[in-house]
Design a protein around this ligand. Structure first.
Ligand code: AMP
Length: 424
């Protein structure tokens, strides 16, 4: 049976991408730790109603892209594979009474997400995001902290040309009037819009600014900017964030039409973009303030803000720039043997080397010693320990192409550890 393939949009990550993914993920956790964000691991599925409520029924990720799971047994609720991490983090904040902790509560996670989208380069049905959430602070200072954290993470990976595209999407005070202004702007051309965009015009005109449909994009170019229609509080908040980012030295591009695809955003919204990348590949991540979300999910009114950076896109960008870290090196030492009977001894010695902190593997084959040595060279090993028929060990230095006299186990292992220290 050889017909199976990985499902469409679900990838196997082979080297060097697997190591690069792991590296970018480790760096994400480290960046979060260093900034005092508590790690949180969230379930990979939640009640589907959580996403419907949080993200919004008209959003693409709920209306078209959600993977729902059939209820099983007595479990009456429909679960869905998470398409984003914020809803789960806010659910956890409420469920675990984090409101009683000092605010804001700073949380970080790295999450596998699932969206039923049309797969293409940089767009997969399973992907990974580095997610930061700061819940419980409404001031512009936390906006600066969160935006800078994401920008610094990307910069430190080597993506030094990343730009922050910044907007404010207003609040419940000022946005409704702007949405009507937007509706009035698009209504004269309604007949030219696609069916989907006609329905967006009716239900959620803000989405039209996100549309990829040519007729909509054309009309959006002359749409009124939301930043000209903010209330006094939103204007002051936005001005403060903009000025603060300039002080920090984060490169900002004003993006008055950036609305992001989710319903829960208020005020500050941004994206991390790499100029010069094709299509969506330059969109590395984005974030926003979600001051109404905790309340929407049943908690006490509490502001929040966060970002999500796509690890898959980060790895693609690193690859395109020749910045991929090297894949994990092979073992420093290979333990070979002359006689097939020495296999268990080889495995034991390799284990002892690893316990001493040196990477090692046993050659567990019954191949001739010459073949075993070739395998060690192919692996890039620094040295081979050969188990002789009489139980003595021979240490062969593959770098210097020299070989010591067979000796007792303890001495040879000590010499091997020293060799790796000197040459590794
Ligand atoms: P979003 O949650 O849609 O705002 O996306 C935030 C970031 O996650 C994007 O900028 C991408 O880097 C990444 N991302 C979103 N959707 C996908 C996907 N289908 N495949 C890979 N990465 C994605």
């Amino acid at each position: 049976m050889s017909g199976f393939q990985s499902p469409r949009g679900l990838r196997d990550l082979l080297e060097p991408l697997a190591s690069a993914h792991g590296w970018a993920t480790d760096r994400a956790w480290a960046a979060a730790d260093a900034a005092g964000y508590a790690r949180i691991e969230l379930p990979i599925a939640e009640e589907s109603a959580l996403f419907e409520r949080a993200v919004g029924g008209t959003s693409d990720i709920v209306s078209k892209e959600l993977y729902r799971l059939e209820p099983r047994g007595d479990d009456a609720v429909t679960l869905a594979l998470r398409p984003e991490a914020t809803a789960g983090a806010v659910r956890a904040y409420i469920q675990h009474g984090m409101r009683s902790q000092p605010q804001p509560v700073r949380l970080a996670t790295v999450a596998q997400l699932f969206r039923y989208d049309r797969p293409q380069k940089g767009r997969y049905r399973q992907f990974t995001q580095f997610d930061i959430e700061a819940i419980g602070d409404s001031g512009p200072g936390i906006d600066l902290e969160v935006i800078e954290l994401g920008a610094a993470y990307l910069r430190d990976l080597g993506l030094t040309d990343v730009q922050v595209h910044l907007n404010s999407v207003g609040c419940t005070t000022c946005r409704p009037a702007y949405v009507e202004t937007l509706r009035a702007h698009f209504t004269p051309v309604v007949q030219e819009l696609s069916e989907v965009d006609q329905s967006r015009l009716a239900t959620n005109p803000l989405r039209l600014l996100d549309s990829k449909e040519p007729a909509t994009v054309k009309r959006a170019a002359s749409a009124p900017a939301i930043t000209d229609h903010l209330c006094a509080d939103c204007t002051a908040h936005h001005a403060s964030v903009t000025a603060g980012l300039a002080t920090i030295g984060v490169a900002v591009v004003p993006a008055p039409r950036l609305v992001r695809g989710l319903d829960y955003y208020t005020r500050t919204a941004w994206e991390y973009l790499l100029p010069g990348e094709q299509g969506q590949q330059g969109a590395l991540g984005g974030g926003g303030r979600y001051d109404g979300l905790v309340e929407l999910l049943g908690g006490t009114p509490t502001p929040g803000i966060g970002f999500a950076i796509g690890i898959d896109r980060v790895v693609l960008a690193l690859e395109a720039r020749g910045l991929l870290p090297t894949a994990a090196a092979g073992p420093a030492i290979v333990v070979a043997g002359i006689e097939p009977e020495s296999v268990a001894e080889r495995v034991a010695i390799a284990g002892q080397l690893r316990a001493a902190g040196v990477s090692a593997r046993a050659d567990v084959s019954t191949r001739k010693i010459g073949k075993q040595l070739e395998g060690a060279v192919r692996d890039g090993a620094l040295a081979v320990i050969i188990v002789e028929p009489d139980g003595h060990l021979t240490l062969r230095d593959l770098v210097k192409a020299s070989q010591a006299e067979p000796a007792e186990r303890g001495g040879v292992i000590a010499a091997a550890l020293q060799l790796v220290k000197n040459e590794g």
